[in-house]
Design a protein around this ligand. Structure first.
Ligand code: I22
Ligand code: ZN
Length: 187
């Protein structure tokens, strides 16, 4: 058991080190995009499946509530929380459209839309990103596994250098927290 624990920690540390080297500039760029988005009165929309649904909610909650600093509330919505919308859209239009349809109804031009998928290939995430692009949103991906199909539908796709779902998710939430911290500093 202790070997397994050590291996998981070491894998996490190695992924974090590689992510710092490879993703530094993109993360800075995204922080600036989101700070500008909030400053001009737009909002942030986030979504993903499973653990990435939790990440979307976690980040949105820290925008609207707070991260560390007591500052004004920032507009962010996770598209993973409204069970009525998710079940109705899933039932009437299919699971692949659960996020796309919410983007169509909720997103406006220049909102920041963040799709989270460790494979980069979840159909419901891809469809929503494509719709967001049509609506002239700023389209950001949090992915891994070389980015998958998300490479083709994002303005910026952050590709965590790993193909292990858990490690990729751990980097995604770290990046989410870095964005929250940058927003705190800017306000
Ligand atoms: O949290 C985990 C695994 O750590 C799972 O719930 C995982 O998020 C689910 O299998 C997702 O459906 C994976 O989708 P994706 O990241 O490839 O878009
Ligand atoms: Zn998980």
């Amino acid at each position: 058991m202790i070997e397994k624990i050590t291996q998981e920690f070491n894998e996490h540390i190695a992924t974090a080190q590689q992510s710092l080297i490879q993703l530094n500039d993109q993360i800075e760029q995204i922080c600036k995009i989101i700070i500008d988005c909030i400053d001009r009165g737009n909002k942030v929309l986030l979504f993903g499946n499973g653990g990435s649904a939790s990440d979307a909610q976690h980040i949105a909650a820290e925008f609207v509530g707070r991260f560390v600093k007591n500052r004004k509330s920032f507009p962010a919505i996770a598209l993973t929380t409204d069970t009525s919308a998710l079940t109705a859209i899933g039932n009437d239009y299919g699971f692949e459209r659960v996020f796309e349809r919410q983007i169509e109804g909720l997103a406006v031009k220049r909102d920041v839309v963040i799709g989270i998928s460790t494979s980069g290939n979840s159909a419901n995430v891809l469809k929503a990103l494509i719709k967001a692009k049509e609506l002239e949103c700023e389209v950001i991906g949090f992915s891994g596994n070389n980015g998958g199909k998300m490479n083709d539908c994002c303005d910026i796709n952050i590709v965590v250098p790993s193909n292990v779902t858990a490690r990729i998710q751990e980097m995604h939430i770290l990046i989410g927290h870095i964005i929250c911290s940058a927003l705190d500093d800017a306000n």
